[in-house]
Design a protein around this ligand. Structure first.
Ligand SMILES: Cc1cc2nc3c(=O)[nH]c(=O)nc-3n(C[C@H](O)[C@H](O)[C@H](O)COP(=O)(O)O)c2cc1C
Length: 163
């Protein structure tokens, strides 16, 4: 199963999880960055506002071709109970994703907040034609737990086996 993990990470937590599952699954990955980065002063007021509104940031890379992959995994931190405007930008940048199997996961401070963010993330991916067949939420304890990382990798593997 050829897998790509497309992710945003502001402070490095999501990135660290991605690096681990990437090696377990022998996957490729692409880190998405905003064209106009959030400063530490503005990330809460501006980032949270834009996340709550479901805004879509301009991102690099501008186009992400996933046509060569069997499984598209997308990962984002939670900002104000939502996926980030940066990952929203990544979803919009996808090419060749219609009908692809997909999985999403979020990292967050508090599980409830992460669970709240799943539906809008899933909806946006479905709107691009991805077949989202699984999701996961990792809070700040989970991201440190190797068992949770193994679990996440297994969930992604089995989501890819669904038809
Ligand atoms: C601007 C901002 C808003 C956040 N909002 C939430 C939130 O609503 N709920 C939550 O559980 N965690 C929230 N967090 C915490 C992050 O989701 C959490 O630390 C995440 O794992 C960070 O991932 P990253 O290091 O990849 O950016 C927020 C963090 C930032 C910077």
């Amino acid at each position: 199963m050829k897998t790509i993990i497309i992710y945003h990470s502001y402070s490095g937590i999501t990135k660290a999880v991605v690096e681990k599952i990437k090696s377990i699954l022998s996957a490729d990955s692409i880190e998405i960055v905003p064209k106009h980065p959030y400063s530490s002063l503005m990330v809460y007021p501006k980032g949270c506002y834009r996340a709550m509104k479901g805004e879509v940031d301009e991102v690099t890379p501008e186009k992400i071709d996933v046509s060569g992959y069997d499984m598209v995994v997308m990962a984002s931190p939670v900002w104000a109970g939502k996926p980030t405007p940066v990952i929203n930008g990544a979803i919009r940048a996808l090419n060749g994703c219609k009908g692809s199997q997909a999985f999403l996961f979020l990292t967050c401070g508090a599980k409830n907040s992460g669970l709240e963010a799943v539906s809008s993330f899933r909806e946006r991916m479905n709107d691009m034609g991805l077949q989202v067949s699984g999701d996961a939420v990792l809070d700040k304890k989970d991201v440190q737990n190797p068992e949770m990382i193994e679990n996440l990798s297994s969930l992604i593997r089995s989501a890819g086996e669904k038809t």
